[in-house]
Design a protein around this ligand. Structure first.
Ligand code: NAP
Ligand code: MG
Length: 503
């Protein structure tokens, strides 16, 4: 056992059996609860208040009230910046607790959880700085006119979060929204509600006024949908699957809400013949198997130049077999659990469909049995070859530790294959040729291109998709524009009165 496991819940504040909603600055419980489980063990972790439509109504009204009449949006930017830094400070002080809670609720590995909690902290620090420099502009207008374009917070935002990065996705949404002065209702995923609830409590502890941050655990199909349809909500920021994203966009159109969507992906990973093969092998492994493949930008389509295909695959498969599955709290574990039994079946269904369509399972391809974790949900890291672009396993997002591999002949074919997808979120290239990297980057239809690099996001780097991977960018300065409206003020203080009709 690692030290972290032994120290689990040493600080007892988080050892709770029950987590409440946060509405109008208070912990609130209603008539209903649901249970959240540890996917690595199948064990119950805690009960959580399950928001009803009445709770959602209260949360929206609290947010509306705080936005329309409260102090937060009018507070000096320096004050909001200070509060964001304070949130980050409290998170830093409670780093181990947040890591532990994230591992328990999602089954992810220690190293993945540590990286994600740290990034969530840095997101608040990033926006604490970025908001200070965020501003409108002064535009050239004729004569004695003036034009000032000001940024105003967009209003009440519904923020709907998936289960794959529970805390990090909450940070990506909460930090820029409250930095700009918006009020929010956050709906965490039913499978992983805990760290978002704790983050909401931390926001209040740090001085965010009541009603500005409301956390509403509950079902997407009821309270999630209610937020999207509600006329008092001005914006919906959604991260999740493409089908639900389409549904949200349609419903939000009824009241013309502002919408940003971070959706699914099927990201290509291209290894050219001049790449550093060992770096490409290691980066490609991380690109697909990090977070158990449950990443929207997982590089799940691997294209290898035919001249290096054999050499690359030998190393890639050998290292895939070395990946350690097991106790998520163990430092040496690479791959944690799959989020749920349902998702395990979805993953296996894709692998079976590949077999039926004639593909070859080179390694993995089945549910994994992990000693001591028999009741959890585990899948072997899986490499599939002999595939073509009409197969389901190549076209659709699997959201698990499964990669399909194909050879290509030349750069033109690589670009064509990479772009042959309805998605356009991430992509990766491995080459030592700068000219080629530049040329190919410009042709790839994706919001993110990683060149000789397995990492897709740092605080400050724009994150978001082309095509059916959604629109809007998170994690960057541009995000602040998406939480604000621009108000153009045209004024005249000239010496002569204006008399445009000449009357
Ligand atoms: P999901 O099923 O679409 O759910 C996402 C969130 O939406 C959950 O909170 C869910 O609530 C809620 N929801 C479900 N139906 C809803 C409805 N009708 N109205 C409003 N909200 C509703 O996605 P997921 O399975 O949790 O997450 C995996 C997906 O997210 C993948 O496709 C992945 O690619 C994508 N993702 C994208 C990014 C990105 O930045 N592009 C990042 C992470 C994940 P419940 O929990 O109650 O179902
Ligand atoms: Mg859970």
């Amino acid at each position: 056992m690692t030290q972290v496991k032994e120290a689990r819940f040493e600080t007892l504040e988080m050892k709770r059996q029950h987590y409440s909603m946060i509405i109008n600055g208070e912990r609130v419980d209603g008539a209903e609860t649901f249970t959240t489980y540890n996917p690595a063990t199948g064990e119950k972790i805690a009960t959580v208040a399950k928001a009803t439509i009445e709770d959602a109504e209260k949360a929206i009204l609290a947010a509306r009230q705080s936005f329309d009449y409260g102090k937060w949006k009018k507070s000096p930017i320096n004050k909001r910046s200070r509060v964001l830094n304070k949130i980050a400070g409290i998170m830093r002080a409670r780093f181990n607790e947040l890591v532990e809670l994230e591992i328990l609720d999602s089954g992810k590995s220690l190293s993945a959880a540590q990286g994600q909690v740290m990034q969530a902290i840095e997101d608040f620090e990033f926006y604490a700085g970025a908001i200070v420099g965020h501003r409108g502009n002064v535009n050239n207008v004729p004569g004695q006119f003036q034009n000032v374009a000001e940024k105003e917070p967009v209003g009440v935002c519904a923020q709907i979060i998936p289960w794959n990065y529970p805390l990090m996705m909450a940070a990506w949404k909460i930090a820029p929204a409250i930095a700009t002065g918006c009020s929010i209702v956050v709906k965490p995923a039913t499978l992983t509600p805990l760290t978002a609830i704790v983050l909401g409590e931390i926001c209040i502890e740090a001085g965010v006024p009541e009603g500005v941050v409301n956390i509403l655990p509950g079902a997407g199909s009821s309270v999630g949908n209610y937020l999207v349809e509600h006329e008092k909500v001005d914006k919906v920021a959604f991260t999740g699957s493409t089908p639900i994203g389409k549904n949200i966009m349609e419903k939000a159109s009824q009241t013309l809400k502002r919408v940003t969507l971070e959706l699914g992906g099927k990201s290509p990973n291209i290894v050219f013949e001049d790449a550093d093969i060992d770096a490409a092998v290691d980066g490609s492994l991380f690109g697909i198997f990090y977070n158990t493949g449950q990443s929207c930008e997982a590089r799940s389509r691997l294209y290898i130049h035919e001249s290096i295909y054999e050499t690359f695959m030998e190393k890639f498969v050998e290292k895939t077999k070395k990946l350690q599955l097991g106790d998520p709290f163990n430092k040496t574990t690479h791959i944690g659990a799959v989020i749920s039994e349902e998702q395990l079946k979805v993953i296996d269904g894709y692998v079976q469909s590949a077999k039926e369509e004639g593909a070859t399972i080179v390694t993995g391809g089945k549910v994994a049995e992990i000693e001591g974790f028999e009741a959890g949900y585990w899948y072997e890291p899986t490499v599939i070859t002999n595939v073509h672009h009409d197969m389901k396993v190549v076209k659709e997002e699997i959201f698990g530790p499964v990669v399909v591999v194909m050879p290509f002949k030349d750069e033109k074919e690589a670009v064509k294959l990479a772009n042959d997808s309805e998605y356009g979120l991430g992509s990766a290239l491995w080459t030592k040729d700068y000219a080629r990297a530049t040329r190919v980057s410009k042709q790839i239809e994706a919001g993110i291109v990683m060149v000789n690099c397995p990492f897709s996001a740092f605080p400050g780097t724009p994150f978001g998709g082309y095509k059916q991977s959604g629109f809007g960018r998170e994690l960057c300065i541009e995000t602040l524009d998406l939480y604000t409206e621009t108000k153009s003020i045209i004024s005249y203080f000239g010496s002569r009165p204006l008399n445009p009709f000449g009357l």
